[in-house]
Design a protein around this ligand. Structure first.
Ligand code: ARG
Length: 469
């Protein structure tokens, strides 16, 4: 039935009289990147064969031959002997053609009531479901590494910053735990996304729904989906599940980039708060003394790709008329790049975090310097009955005075301090230490050792449930 001049093999050769232009064929093929979806294509195809059998569209014996054929295809794919053919465009056509070659004409029954439009949506959803579970495990590992460092440095003070200016003393554990709670929200976002991914599109066919009595509920159960998609046009036209994943990944990347940036800053000679182990740093080709925090820098840098992939996919989808359009084939490369980037980040972060050496003495010294407890003097005056706004003014003047003397507030004699307010008494010095400043912030979520211990316990309790919880 192949028309003269048409190379045999295209699934649509019946309608065509001319073969594809080689440049067009190369341009439209997605095989080079969608081949990695083959495990999901096989799982989906086997389930579709079972659905066809339940609908009595194929016999039990045909089902067996289809399943055996799909297993033979799997063996070739696993062994690396599968004959990938670009002229067959994508992974779906490659698998189907090989199935027909290995199982005979019964292989041609598999696509009954199915379209590549619902097939690709299914493959992507099966793939993403697995990836999300894997990302969750990676996030748990990162959080555990942060919690372990927080636990090791439960009482170590450091300067807290706003505007990158020394602000108030905090505990290093408090700072590290801030990231744990951010990453916990990332896990929750992916969990939410998973619920919207976990919807079964097969049966939508090209767009209007299959013309055969497929039990889509049973098929959804077979593939462990929460249920079938309610509208066949929606099922083949939308990619919001994929966009949501890319958005969640971009937010997670943003969190990781901030952690990486903090550590990179802290590793400078100017800060000297942390040292990277040699295993997670690189040297300079010219400057013999250098040790560069490359891993952290690249975690920060790779976040750019995560944003780019989200932007690319959103832009591809923008304004597309319903339902399926070939533009949507462009969803896969951004998706795979984000998955690969994310998994690389999550693999390297836990051991890198575990290998950090914090210079707690230097952090402690910095925590008490540069008027970091000025707010505590204001709070002291408030406790003596002065309205906070007035106390702020008083302490501002005292700081200006201390600066002109080149002293810290706590180094000024009592008579000098009392020039600014008669409410200041000899007990003020005890209020101006780093320890007192920390202890005072015992509010829930604050930096007092007891409050941080509370946060640590909360983080550990969540992590004890492990991935998927
Ligand atoms: N390779 C296609 C994709 O990635 C599969 C669906 C193609 N459907 C079609 N009618 N061309 O989107």
């Amino acid at each position: 039935m192949t028309a003269a001049g048409t190379p045999p093999g295209k699934a649509w050769s019946g309608r065509f009289t001319q073969g594809a232009d080689p440049a067009a064929e190369a341009f439209t093929a997605s095989l080079s990147f969608d081949r990695r979806l083959w495990p999901y294509d096989l799982v989906g195809s086997a389930a579709w064969a079972r659905a066809l059998a339940r609908a009595k569209l194929i016999t039990a014996e045909e089902l067996e031959r289809l399943q055996a054929g799909l297993e033979a295809v799997r063996s070739e794919l696993e062994a690396g002997t599968f004959p990938f053919r670009r002229e067959l465009e994508d992974i779906h056509m490659n698998v189907e053609r090989r199935l027909i070659e290995l199982a005979g004409p019964v292989g041609g029954k598999l696509h009954t009531g199915r379209s590549r439009n619902d097939q690709i949506a299914l493959d992507e959803r099966l793939y993403l479901r697995e990836i999300i579970d894997h990302v969750d495990g990676g996030l748990v590992d990162v959080e555990r590494a942060l919690v372990a460092q927080a636990e090791r440095h439960r009482e170590a003070p450091m300067p807290g910053y706003t505007h990158l200016q020394r602000a108030q003393p905090v505990l290093l554990a408090h700072h590290l735990l801030a990231y744990v709670f951010m990453l916990e929200r990332d896990r929750a976002r992916f969990r939410d996304c998973r619920a919207r991914v976990n919807v079964m599109p097969l049966g939508a066919a090209a767009l209007a729904g299959a013309a055969f009595a497929i039990d889509r509920e049973a098929l959804a159960r077979d593939l462990r989906f929460d249920g079938p998609s309610p509208n066949s046009m929606d099922a083949v036209a939308d990619r919001d599940y994929l966009l949501e994943f890319l958005a969640d990944a971009a937010i997670l990347g943003m969190h990781c980039s901030r952690l990486a940036a903090d550590l990179t800053l802290w590793a400078t000679a100017e800060f000297g708060f942390v040292e990277f182990s040699d295993a997670f740093a690189t040297g300079s080709s010219i400057m013999p003394q250098k040790k560069n925090p490359d891993v952290a820098e690249l975690i920060r840098g790779k976040t750019g790709r995560l944003y780019g992939n989200l932007t690319a996919a959103l832009t591809t989808m923008k304004g597309l008329p319903l339902t399926y359009n070939s533009d949507m084939q462009e969803d896969k490369e951004p998706l795979f790049d984000t998955v690969d980037t994310l998994e690389a980040i999550l693999r390297v972060l836990p051991p890198m975090l575990g290998s950090l050496t914090f210079r707690t003495e230097r952090m402690r010294d910095a925590a008490g310097a540069h008027y970091s407890t000025a707010t505590d003097l204001a709070d002291y005056l408030v406790r003596q009955g002065l309205p906070f706004r007035e106390a702020h003014e008083v302490v501002g003047r005292a700081v200006r005075h201390a600066m002109s003397r080149g002293r810290e507030l706590g180094d000024l004699p009592l008579e000098e301090l009392r020039q600014f307010s008669p409410l200041i008494g000899g007990d003020v010095y005890a209020a101006l230490t780093v320890e007192a400043s920390l202890r005072a912030r015992a509010v829930l979520g604050g930096t007092a050792p007891d409050a941080v211990r509370e946060q640590l316990a909360q983080a550990k309790a969540r992590l004890a449930r492990g991935p998927g919880a």
